[in-house]
Design a protein around this ligand. Structure first.
Ligand code: GLN
Length: 207
């Protein structure tokens, strides 16, 4: 029996709609996540771009912080893009003192780290395992300043990591949902399928 995965997209704020559209175009069921109960039965989750300080506030007011941390520590794959990457990081430079770093991936990020004159830019990047370049859109993007020893760097821009993975957690400083190229979402969907087939449950896998 071939059961398709269900991947949630945190839909409190920001660029969640395009992620849901992309998931629908793959063999994946996409579900917007606004309430703790929306996490039930999900195989993976995307934290989209937007505004990381606003998302932090909303995670608290929607009582999602605890359930989200549990979901991630249970070993369910998560993918954070841009503001979502800031949320997943270990430490945030130039952030607001009260904003959330879930410490789910061993990276240090600088909020708006690409500076003012290049607030937003587009560029082609080489991604590990892809046979042609991926067009990456950066919007007031966070810059990865440090990566821990267990983090795999899957792509760089001018030497700086822009797509990274540690176990079941992947993070991108750009917006992969804004082009018609679905290869990064397919990569994540494969991570989700692999985790589901290896039988990840909150009982037997604690990171
Ligand atoms: N600068 C935003 C932040 O700090 C991130 C921008 C984005 O997600 N496109 O949250």
């Amino acid at each position: 029996m071939n059961v398709s995965s269900t991947i949630g997209v945190l839909a409190l704020q920001g660029a969640f709609a395009a992620h849901l559209d992309l998931l629908t175009s793959l063999d994946v069921v996409g579900r917007p996540v606004r309430l703790p109960s929306d996490l039930e039965g999900l195989d993976g989750l995307i934290l989209p771009g937007g505004e990381s300080t606003t998302m932090s506030n909303l995670l608290r007011s929607y009582d999602l912080l605890g359930p989200l941390s549990e979901f991630i520590s249970a070993g369910h794959p998560v993918f954070g893009t841009c503001a979502g990457m800031i949320l997943l990081s270990d430490r945030i430079l130039d952030g607001r003192a009260d904003q959330i770093a879930l410490k789910s991936i061993d990276i240090v990020v600088r909020r708006n780290g690409y500076g003012r004159q290049v607030d937003s830019f587009e560029t082609d990047i080489d991604v590990d395992g892809f046979d042609s370049a991926f067009h990456a859109v950066f919007i007031r993007a966070p810059r990865i300043e440090e990566v821990g020893p267990d983090v795999d760097v899957l792509a760089r821009h001018e030497g700086v990591p822009v797509l990274v993975r540690q176990g079941t957690v992947m993070a991108a400083s750009f917006h992969p949902e804004l082009t018609n190229d679905d290869r990064i979402h397919r990569l994540f969907a494969d991570m989700v399928r692999d985790a589901s087939s290896s039988g990840v449950t909150s009982r037997d896998q604690v990171r």
